[in-house]
Design a protein around this ligand. Structure first.
Ligand SMILES: [Zn+2]
Length: 246
């Protein structure tokens, strides 16, 4: 009798530990799956860089996937989320709804726009080359986002990229961009670990602030206000801080 209880408790603990490990590795696995899909792009026309880490000016940027071609540059942010995904182009936070539980996460289009800017800076002279911002969710998610936005399922990334047929670069220019991005990629394992730690820290800080009714930008209080378009939460330090929880 007692033994069976001990075995049961042991099994529950083991499952719990397993769940945590699975959660941790999920993001990485998602990136690997999308990388496997991008291999389907014709090798001669498209150059792919996965998991690009760029360090500049004291901070680092991690980009899940970059596809370089004469048709333009595609910067892809991969999300491995479940549930229904809601969000607008101009909302600071999007919502993940799983079985009635809502979780906020930072607008992934904004997040990836930062990556697009980093790539644009590195491309430099060829500033007229189009750089596309793509956010891709696994099929485990149900995307409830405006269809005009470049937010899609993983399986639609390759068809979406192939839709862009207008030539903007020469092969030589595309090769140059590819080599430039490869040359700035940080391969050092220690630097990569430090980057992950700092990203996690920033996200946690931001989420904790909002959950505690604090402004993630300046630490002021989030207060409810009546605006022209209804009620909203804004920072108590307005107009100094213009943070609004969307
Ligand atoms: Zn504030």
């Amino acid at each position: 009798m007692e033994w069976s209880i001990i075995i049961m408790i042991g099994a529950v603990v083991a499952l719990f530990v397993l769940a945590i490990i699975l959660r941790r590795t999920k993001g990485k696995r998602g990136e690997k799956k999308v990388a496997a899909l991008l291999v389907r792009l014709p090798e001669k026309e498209y150059r792919v860089i996965n998991d690009l880490l760029i360090q500049s000016g004291g901070h680092s940027t991690q980009i899940d996937h970059v596809v370089i071609s004469v048709y333009g540059i595609f910067v892809i942010e991969t999300k491995y989320y479940q549930g229904w995904i809601y969000g607008g182009e101009n909302s600071e936070y999007w919502t993940q709804n799983i079985y009635g539980n809502k979780y906020l996460f930072r607008n992934p289009l904004w997040q990836n726009q930062g990556h697009v800017k980093t790539v644009a800076r590195l491309v430099g002279d060829l500033s007229n080359v189009p750089i596309y911002n793509i956010v891709a969710f696994s099929h485990q998610a149900t995307i409830k986002v405006d269809r005009s936005l470049p937010v899609m399922y993983w399986r639609n990334i390759v068809p979406y990229i192939k839709c862009h047929e207008e030539v903007h670069l020469t092969e030589v220019q595309a090769d140059e961009i590819y080599n430039t991005l490869l040359s700035v990629n940080v391969n050092d394992k220690v630097a990569r670990k430090q980057h992950l730690a700092s990203v996690k820290h920033n996200q946690e800080r931001r989420n904790t602030a909002v959950a505690n009714g604090k402004c993630p930008r300046c630490g002021g209080n989030l207060v409810m206000r009546d605006g022209r378009y209804g009620r909203f939460y804004g920072c108590s330090n307005y107009p100094k801080c213009k943070y609004i929880l969307k």
